[in-house]
Design a protein around this ligand. Structure first.
Ligand code: F6R
Length: 577
């Protein structure tokens, strides 16, 4: 994960500006923060970017790099924080990714007398170049680096006294933002979204030298031309406004964002969703791939399409290649909020090699997943800052429902936003009260069947990542095959009961009979559920029931005074395997 930023400016800029830009990438990792300038300054520390920004000295600079870390190799410490210098302090780097053969390279460098200060894989990069530059020029040294290293990287490197940044990447994302007097390098477009709407995206094994102008090269060092893309920044809603946390703000935006995606599918993206539908019709095999929350959206997609006799399957991206045979008649539909999830990208690259067609559903425009796809739709949820996916999940499902509607499902999506608003307004206080009775519990079980099964999984995931409760989302029918042994007096069980789902009612009775403390969520008024969510359509209930789960995770975490928007050990964009 990690976020990297670089600025090359024709005029002087305040060092606080580079950290402010970095703050926009904080969702990529928040273990430590640091920056370096081309006068040799390096400042870094563990902890929050906001605290660092407050304490830091204001220096003027023209060329600088910065880094926010999600620790992989080496613990969370000041020494392991980026940037890392070489022995002389002449070369300084920031790195996102993992250099897999770093121990071999480090060994060679140690024998040559290099001294390392951190436990990271990244530090070897600065020393590698220090050694190479003894008898090669920078371009050749970068070409060698690309040949000799295994693993993933987006690296920014500066040299003391020079107004240039050397940038190179493989698998980890990197973009160059083009301002009027400045160039910005960033892990993604958010890093410079407030400064420019023009960018160039690095492809794998490309590098660039950015100074007064920019020049791109392929992995052999041959100059290449790159296309400048223009952006629309219409949907960036990153201010927290009056809310205590981004998570609750983003949940409360769900009505608005659903309206936006449905509107777009009716208008600007209409042709694209028809194209996706045609790709599905023409394919012999359709497989969704995704990770985490997006995987649960995929499972719902399979369910919705199955309702209208369109066959598909969903496979977790990290396990994809072990569970499917693919060829040129296969359509892979990747679902990814960030569009940068490494597991998804690896699966797509594998599928591409096998000549499968690739479609994707992403939130972040121009993300790597979008760029690798033959066709890509955007869910238009706006930037999601809280690490936990909420509004993006709801928009993913809404898009999948639209797709199923094109094949004969009959769900009125024009009123969906009203059901969402109503769910939040009628239930928020009740959920808060429930959270006060559940926050000390260690385990919670969430049961679903059919379309409520993926929702049960999603609610359980939210309960794990935000309030740190061990939660299991499972199929009601599977309970009796083992897990029932864990139910005892007072064990909390959330039961998702769709209209007339008698089997789910039986499963709920089974746990109740064993003393479980059951919370029922249903769109069936006659069973008198704890949370009655008015809608005649089960597919809409899938969405509103999820929202109850999102609110519950939020309010339990708030009761426990946890860092809701930045839960421990996690990051929003999972760019490691
Ligand atoms: C959970 C969550 C993660 C992501 C997963 C995939 O709240 O956010 O489980 O869903 O890491 O991320 P994307 O959708 O960006 O591929």
């Amino acid at each position: 994960m990690c976020g990297i930023i670089g600025i090359v400016s024709q005029g002087y800029v305040s060092s606080k500006e580079i950290i402010k830009a970095l703050k926009r990438l904080e969702y990529r990792g928040y273990d430590s923060v640091g920056y370096a300038l081309n006068d040799g300054t390096i400042e870094k520390d563990t902890g929050q970017i906001a605290v660092f920004l407050e304490k830091m000295e204001d220096k003027k600079f023209k060329t600088g790099i910065a880094h926010t870390r999600w620790a992989t190799h080496g613990g969370v410490s000041k020494e392991n924080a980026h940037p890392h210098p070489d022995c002389s302090g002449n070369l300084i780097i920031v790195h996102n990714g993992i250099i897999k053969n770093y121990l071999d390279i480090k060994d060679t460098l140690l024998k040559k007398g290099h001294v390392f200060k951190s436990e990271t894989d990244s530090e070897i990069i600065a020393h590698y170049f220090e050694e190479k530059l003894k008898n090669k020029d920078m371009k050749q040294a970068i070409v060698d680096f690309m040949k000799e290293t295994k693993g993933t990287f987006a690296v920014l490197m500066i040299k003391k006294g020079e107004n240039e940044i050397y940038a190179f990447k493989r698998d980890s994302p990197l973009a160059l933002g083009i301002g009027s007097k400045e160039f910005y390098l960033s892990s993604d477009i958010y890093g410079f979204s407030d400064k420019t709407s023009k960018a160039i995206f690095f492809d794998d094994d490309e590098f660039a030298i950015i100074g007064e102008e920019y020049k791109f090269y392929d992995k052999e060092g041959n100059p290449i031309e790159k296309e400048v893309k223009e952006f629309e920044w219409g949907f960036f809603e990153e201010e927290k406004e009056a809310y205590e946390h981004y998570m609750i703000k983003e949940i409360k935006e769900e009505g608005k964002t659903v309206r936006r995606i449905i509107n777009s599918l009716n208008n600007e993206q209409h042709k694209k969703i028809l194209e996706l539908n045609e790709m599905i019709t023409n394919a012999k095999k359709v497989c969704f791939i995704a990770s985490g929350t997006s995987y649960f959206a995929s499972l719902l997609g399979v369910y919705f399409l199955n309702r209208v006799n369109v066959e598909s399957q969903a496979i977790i991206a990290s396990e994809f290649k072990h569970f499917i045979k693919i060829d040129e008649n296969t359509l892979i539909v990747a679902i990814s909020q960030s569009g940068e999830t490494m597991d998804v990208l690896k699966a797509l690259k594998f599928a591409k090699k096998k000549k499968a067609k690739i479609a994707s559903i992403v939130n972040v425009p121009y993300s790597s997943v979008q760029r690798i796809s033959d066709l890509s739709l955007e869910i238009l949820a706006g930037q999601e800052i809280c690490v936990a996916a909420t509004k993006t999940f709801i928009n993913q499902i809404s898009l999948l429902l639209y797709l199923a509607n094109l094949n004969g499902l009959n769900v009125n999506l024009d009123t969906l936003h009203e059901r969402i608003q109503e769910t939040i307004e009628n239930n928020e206080k009740k959920v808060e009260a429930l959270a006060q009775t559940l926050y000390k519990k260690r385990d919670i079980y969430v049961l679903g069947r059919g379309f409520t099964y993926p929702i049960a999984r999603e609610i359980a995931l939210k309960l794990k990542e935000i309030p740190y409760i061990h939660a299991e989302g499972m199929m009601g029918g599977e309970l009796k095959h083992g897990t029932l042994a864990l139910i005892e007096e007072g064990t909390p069980v959330i039961s998702l009961i769709a209209y007339s789902d008698d089997e789910m009612i039986s499963n709920t009775k089974e746990v109740e009979a064993r003393g479980a403390r059951v919370v029922t969520i249903s769109n069936d008024e006659k069973i008198d559920p704890d949370f009655y969510l008015r809608t005649s359509k089960d597919e809409k209930f899938a969405i509103t029931a999820t929202i109850i789960g999102q609110l519950l995770a939020y309010y339990i975490a708030r009761e426990k005074e946890l860092p809701i928007d930045k839960p421990r050990n996690l990051a929003k964009s999972v760019t490691v395997e």
